[in-house]
Design a protein around this ligand. Structure first.
Ligand code: XMP
Length: 511
């Protein structure tokens, strides 16, 4: 089954993934490729979108794709830098803006109300983010829309299906952005809206059956959404030939190992639980550096997983829950690799000794699509709605060295916090939450006794992808009750604080 497909050429804009998400929301499949690596098999793409960019067409580092097989041959929508690129290299003029052109603007003039601007009216709010502006349209350019400050806010090229807009239709603040993308893709480019969770499931199951035949596949379940949905798809495709392994590293949430294992068994998965808590705790003994802790956990995980995989005879494939944002090749404005902030941000390879072929059924999906695919397979809402939880678990929420007692304390605290978020119906409106055990003792008083005990921090953030995040304004009453409950119930804790830092400059995890 071949889907309609849209090609997005990325010039390094922070919004490129948003374009793809909006297009997918229209039930249209699309792929992001770097502007300088245009796929050879262009015939599979029904339309092309050029993204914005932090670069300028007037600067030294002009990003200069070769569009000769695209322009005039396929419907083309150029956004922001893409629009300036079209203007600059086709006889128009791009110059620095005189006025600030960031943020909200309104369309004050619109042409082509029948197709490109169908259902979009004068006054419609659009979002601008550019410091160059198009002074003169390119050859055969026809003005389609203006705002008060930006005359050439949208244009097309006469005789081609080429459209260009200075604003960003992909951001939510461009109120009619989705409509505009739909007008371009559906009305003008005639792309069919045939990409749905159901069609994805059917197609993927079929492909997996063809690819895997009678082979055995091993998959590491983490309790998270991605690995669970990947497992379910494979289960549908190959049933008992999928061998799932769920490792307890002793750093999961309270009761999580048993609860999640039960849930997996209930889903019919062929899953083996392996309690390796002691092995992980041994490896962590005495380590307090966050990266060393991560490495130790990664190493032991591979050892445990490898031991278990060897128990399955004749296994050929390793399945992973990799999702699209992990595989999109990013365009770097400076040309260099970005700095390593935390080691998990590098997508790691397979250790040599595992020698298995890799299958990644979710590689084309964004996180919200993974959830929708899971829902279309009737997976449990609680499982699909779970907050992200880091692979190294509570180890990176216990600052400094780790002991079984510290894990116990943090599990108790976390259970009160998360339990209360659920009780207050706040869990689903928070993107991620957890508790952090600080390496300080502070003085308190309980009854007539002086105490000198641990301090914990609570963290709850809103985010869409974990790349940026803000702390959540939880109700005071909730914080008050939760703090009381933690101090009263959890032996060893006498102080609770709430983290009010955004990312950046802080990160979500403390380590
Ligand atoms: P930071 O702390 O970098 O976290 O703002 C962003 C997201 O990544 C998760 N995270 C990890 N996930 N292994 C993982 O699998 C890790 O080592 C790790 N460190 C952070 C974090 O929970 C948040 O969702």
């Amino acid at each position: 089954m071949q889907h309609n497909n849209v090609l997005i050429l990325d010039f390094g804009s922070q919004y490129t993934q948003l374009i793809a998400r909006r297009v997918r929301e229209l039930n249209i499949y699309c792929e992001i490729h770097p502007y300088n690596k245009i796929p050879k098999n262009l015939e599979i793409y029904k339309a092309v979108i050029l993204s914005g960019s932090p670069n300028s067409v007037r600067g030294e580092a002009v990003l200069h794709p070769d569009l000769k097989h695209i322009r005039g041959k396929k419907p083309l929508l150029a956004v922001c830098y893409g629009a300036q690129y079209l203007a600059h290299f086709s006889g128009g003029e791009v110059a620095p803006s005189n006025t600030r052109e960031y943020g909200r603007a309104n369309l004050s003039y619109i042409k082509e109300k029948e197709d490109f601007f169908y259902n979009i009216y004068t006054g419609s709010q659009v979002w601008m983010s550019h410091s160059d502006t198009i002074k003169h349209l390119p050859e055969n350019g026809v003005l389609l829309a203006s705002t008060e400050d930006v005359e050439n806010a949208a244009f097309k090229i006469e005789g081609e299906q080429t459209y260009a807009i200075q604003f960003h239709p992909e951001v939510y603040h461009s109120k009619d952005g989705k409509q505009l993308l739909e007008n371009f893709l559906v009305q003008i480019a005639k792309v069919e809206q045939d990409w749905t969770p159901q069609s994805f499931v059917e197609e993927t199951v079929e492909n997996l059956q063809e690819k895997l035949g009678n082979d055995r596949v091993v998959l590491g379940l983490s309790g998270g959404v991605d690995s669970s949905v990947a497992a379910m798809l494979l289960h549908k495709a190959i049933g008992k030939n999928l061998y799932c392994i769920f490792v307890n590293n002793g750093l999961l949430r309270k009761n999580e190992y048993q609860d999640v294992l039960d849930q997996y068994q209930h889903m019919g998965l062929n899953v083996k639980g392996v309690d390796a808590s002691a092995r992980f705790l041994d490896a962590l003994a005495g380590l307090s550096d966050p990266e060393e802790k991560r490495k130790a956990i990664g190493r032991v995980f591979i050892e445990v997983f490898d031991d278990e995989a060897h128990e399955i005879s004749d296994v050929k494939w390793l399945a992973q829950g990799t999702i699209y944002p992990d595989v999109i090749e990013s365009v770097s404005a400076t040309g260099g690799p970005s700095a390593t902030i935390k080691s998990h941000h590098n997508v790691g390879g397979l250790p040599d000794f595992m020698k298995l072929k890799i299958v990644e059924p979710l590689k084309a999906l964004f996180k919200d699509e993974v959830r929708r695919v899971g829902a279309s397979m009737d997976m449990d809402k609680n499982l699909l709605g779970r907050h992200p939880f880091p692979g190294p678990g509570l180890a990176i929420r216990i600052l400094g060295d780790i002991t079984a007692e510290k894990v116990r304390i943090l599990q108790e605290v976390d259970a009160v916090f998360i339990g209360n978020l659920k009780k207050w119906n706040l869990y689903d409106s928070v993107w991620q939450a957890g508790a952090i055990l600080l390496p300080v003792n502070s003085v308190g008083v309980m009854g007539d006794e002086r105490t000198y005990e641990k301090c914990v921090a609570l963290r709850a953030v809103e985010s869409t992808d974990g790349m940026t995040a803000d702390w959540v304004n939880l109700p005071y009453e909730f914080l008050q009750k939760t703090s009381n409950e933690i101090i009263n119930k959890v032996k060893g804790v006498n102080r609770v604080v709430y983290d009010i830092s955004s990312k950046p400059p802080a990160t979500i995890e403390w380590e």
